[in-house]
Design a protein. Structure first.
Length: 435
């Protein structure tokens, strides 16, 4: 679809999914605010991830660690020394670009000449305490994983587990991207969902493959099209220093020549626990009663940024259609369980007190079970178009027949067909379809 990203960005702002941050001051590159519908969509993503990764596995628990950790954390993890990118600055417009994002020696914006490469650490630096000297330097975490490793022993002491077991976390992470780009695809403040799954070293490949298959299936379960997803094996020469094998799930983002990373799944070996044991002088190894041996577990890590899932869902759901009446509409065809709002309730006419009163009664009933919108502005057709555009699966209209027999119309977003039901029946219908 032509100009799909422009349409997504426009819809996101117009309907309250995503706003440019600090817009009244001209914005701030690499940062975005999520509006009322954006918050709801993000919460649905988290809910489905927790359901699949945490709640369906007895051996997995969740934590919430601090955004700012002891600075020694990042020395041990390798981020202070290794979390750097090579950059080049345009001699004409003075924009800076990552070398690995460049295709030639000309600036991709103004075609000016690029200067010599230099190195840049993408971690955000801050100060903790009243002094601003080298002893007070700290960093905003660039990932949530390290907080899990630092709490490994605490979790085991409070929730004893046998291998395999996992610790999950959802939280903000920060990377001072040299050139944030493509809307919310590459930004400086984002939210991660990560699982660190601890396994016996000899079984790491087996569990790694299990999580690759399980995570790929999850994307189909939340409504992404299979043809827009693929598995990518990261070449050995491109692996992170801690990785034995990394496999990524890629999505067909329209602004990329090829598919781009959606989620990464790495076999991190025993690097993390072993390294933090060395730097902290606290033993993070495990004693295995059966073999009576002490060892460091291997770690399988599925890791994904919520914003990339968010964007993929918008792209996959976006559709432009012409109805039988000749009218055109924009519709977000989310799976019902992913839709920010499940139902919208309308009185057919806002100037008929009997219709409004009955509609309020139905709205209150449905609101006790689902997230429901109330809309009595404009004519009924415009109300349908608004709800189609934000992906609401069903609209409920209270009309004059409702006053006679109690039934209301239930309009399906995708087919636009309408059927009549009692309000209590609608509760049962919708609950069945959002499982």
């Amino acid at each position: 679809m032509e100009n799909l990203m422009e349409k997504i960005i426009s819809l996101s702002k117009r309907r309250g999914f995503v706003f440019p941050t600090s817009e009244i001051y001209g914005g701030f590159s690499g940062f975005y605010d999520f509006g009322p519908l954006g918050v709801l969509l993000k919460e649905n993503i988290k809910k489905e991830w927790r359901k699949a990764v945490v709640f369906s596995h007895d051996e997995i628990v969740e934590i919430d660690s601090a955004i700012i950790q002891n600075p020694k954390t990042w020395k041990a993890s390798g981020h202070l020394d290794g979390f750097v990118v090579e950059i080049r600055e345009c001699q004409k417009c003075h924009r800076r670009f990552r070398v690995d994002h460049l295709e030639d020696d000309k600036c991709p914006v103004c075609q000016g000449n690029l200067g010599q490469p230099s190195f840049f650490n993408e971690m955000f630096e801050t100060y903790v305490g009243a002094k601003k000297d080298s002893s007070a330097i700290a960093y905003l975490r660039p990932e949530t994983a390290q907080g899990i490793f630092l709490n490994f022993k605490n979790v085991l002491n409070t929730f004893p587990k046998e291998l395999p077991f996992g610790i999950a976390q959802i939280g903000k992470a920060f990377r001072n991207e040299v050139s944030p780009e493509n809307f919310i695809f590459r930004i400086r403040e984002f939210e991660q969902m990560e699982l660190e799954y601890f396994v016996e070293p000899k079984k790491s490949e087996e569990y790694h493959q299990k999580w690759i298959e399980e995570r790929f299936k999850w994307y189909l379960d939340i409504g992404l099209k299979k043809e827009n997803l693929k598995i990518f094996e990261v070449p050995k020469e491109d692996l992170a220093h801690y990785s034995k094998r990394t496999v990524e799930i890629h999505y067909n983002y329209p602004f990329l020549k090829n598919f781009g990373e959606l989620e990464g799944m790495a076999n991190r070996t025993d690097f993390d626990l072993k390294t933090h044991s060395k730097f902290s002088k606290v033993d993070l190894s495990l004693f295995e009663p059966k073999s009576r041996k002490r060892f460091f577990p291997y770690i399988i890590e599925p890791s994904v940024g919520i914003e990339r899932i968010f964007l993929a869902l918008l792209l996959d759901a976006y559709s432009e259609e012409e109805l039988n009446s000749g009218e055109k509409r924009v519709v977000l065809k989310f799976l019902p369980k992913m839709a920010p709002i499940k139902l919208a309730v309308f009185p057919l006419l806002r100037n008929k007190p009997a219709l409004v009163e009955k509609a309020r009664e139905v709205y209150s009933l449905l609101k006790d079970n689902f997230l429901v919108a109330w809309d009595d502005n404009d004519n009924i057709g415009k109300r349908y178009r608004r709800q189609d555009e934000i992906g609401t699966p069903w609209c409920v209209t209270i009309d004059f027949e409702t006053l006679e027999n109690g039934t209301v119309t239930l309009r399906d977003r995708d087919t636009t067909k309408q059927t009549r039901h009692l309000p209590q029946e609608i509760i049962k219908i919708v609950k069945e379809k959002i499982k």
